[in-house]
Design a protein. Sequence first.
Length: 749
Amino acid sequence: MKILDELNDEQKQALLAIDGAVLVTAGAGTGKTRLLTHRIAYLIEELKINPYNILAITFTNKAANEMKTRVQALVDGGDRVWISTFHSMCVKILRKDIDRLGESYDRYFTIYSDTDSEKLLKQILKEYGIEDDYKDFAYHISNCKNKNMTISQYENEYANVRNIDEIIKVFREYQSNLEKNNALDFDDLLSKTYELFVKCPDILDFYSRRFIYVLVDEFQDTNKIQYDLTKMLSSFYNNLFVVGDEDQSIYSWRGADFTNIFNISKDYPNAQVFKLQQNYRCTKDILNSANTLIKNNDERFDKKLWTNKESDEKVAYKKYYDEQEEAEGVAGTIYRLVSLGKYNYSDIAILVRLNALTMQFEEKLLSYNIPYKIYGGFKFFERTEIKNILSYLRIFINPKDEVSLLRIINFPKRGVGDSAITALKEIASDNDVSMLEVILDIEKYTNSKVLINKLKDFGDIYKELLQEYGNLSLYDFAASVIEKYKIKDVYKEKNDEDVDKLMNIDQLTNSISGFVKNNPEATLLDYLESVTLQSDIDTMDNSNNVTVATVHSVKGLEFKVVFVVGMEDGIFPLSRCKDNNRDLQEERRLAYVAFTRAGEKLYISSCQTRFVYGKRNYEKVSQFVEEANLDQEYDGLRNKMGGQYGYDGKSEYMNKYSYSDSAGYNTKTNVSAYIPKPQSINYVTDYSQVKNNIDISKYKEGQIVGHPKFGVGTIISINDGGKTADIDFGSLGKKTLMLEIAPLKIIKK
């Protein structure tokens, strides 16, 4: 049987456990996606289950799309299986029946992103005269929903929390505003679906009878309400198949509870449990380091991954002097690996614990013209110019959405300040209509010439566009909104920032065009829903770029070469986690996830000093380095590794200030502050195999050179025996570049 032939014995046993509850603990790289897709294909092809009666849930759109593609390739009818994220599934259910809740919601509700929710929450705090940080209120609102509690239950449960009365007051007002705006935040998508199932048993009965088999991926990432929804959806047949790995649970900060894996056996006493332990991704040395690290956690199933993937490569650990040297070493190694033809840029990832660490790597990659993309930071659809356009589009779908309206009521500037907005709100409240309705008939609702002059043009353009809405394609309508509201005119200064914003707007319209091409029947509502539910990982493409990302943002991905940087106590693990065993175990799981993203090469690095949190600190090596049995410096592995990791470790400075004890303390001098960086660092010089090697002797002080990213600059000095140069790029400042790999062109000798 072809479906079974492609599986190993562990996977076959789990797949053939057809009826009842099944828990599969699947370690990193053990083929869980293959197991899930082949199980679905087996149900359809061998057991003749109607695809309509199968539900598969995962956590990212990227994973869901991959699963859809694989299932469709395996079996006819695979396109009819409902494969979705939790949030997308709930949106689909709510679009159909949210009006059954008896509240003022309708199927055209807006989904607020985190920034939209933040804006609304800050607005409420301002109205109440509360100066506390909004984040504390946001945490409790989200925590209540993720724990699947009512506001009253939460108030009782957390009665001892400081300012709980104030928190609950703001919470109730926040929910009232959401309902008024016909809007749901991300957490509401789950909680309102649960509420719908409870209030309308017939709806739950429909879905639980429809889905004979329910499969859930990444079960360790479920929170309380997701766990409850899973049980409800599988309640009629009890054929629940969950796959997860408690060693990869890294989202407790957003409510995930990996103990849900253990709860399966409690809630389903007859549940069958299987382990997947054969890893297909990592080499033996990488896997040994990951296993050695994670065994220090005690809240886990007893398992040890193994692999047949042989390699002479060792996991490389390097302790650098500072973050500049670390970035230089990583960039140099990437250049060498790609130049020798061993890897593409897209095979490589630089992983950080904190977003703040990416800047040095961005600068070095830029210096050497190495293409890269950043993930886990500021998302494209969260950029101001993009949010503004999306807000314009939203109010054509949901006229009640006042958060979106207020965002663009004075963009482009039309003189609508706080006093005008206050007057507009009062008129709307007095007449029990939405603010947009007032604007569209402003002369009916007020005699104020000032207010009429400020708002009438906005309303007239809206009505004109509303007439076009049903007659234009999605792409043409969006372009018309941008044109008629003169959005591009805001960026007419044509400085670098304005040019970037205009390019982003063009990229947005291109994304709309691509969406329409892939979804010919899609509506504006469909498009807005797709971008709102998009996670950072969903934007990753197949372009040839180095990935620079937080560890959280690459969960579920794999690369041939991985650099895990900044492995220092206080950074990885975070300092706030050191005194809390549960938090420390999650940090260790995060490091485990980072290690197991690597298939062939894994480079770990730390710094002796780092400028972080506003000051230069002396750094101690992360305890995870020692726990993973990586407490030898990379220099000691040099002969085995062939000198691949950027620096040869033999500089005069390194010899003078040796760091010999395994904890990383300086044993020759009492250094606690910043030590001036030495001028003689020996960069890697083993480029004999690199084609078209650059003759660095041609560079001289005083030369004018060109760089594709930095423009024109002057060589100030040649350093390190001719290997590096300090170059003044004018307004961009001085850059220190390795002449052997920097893409420089001599303009004037």
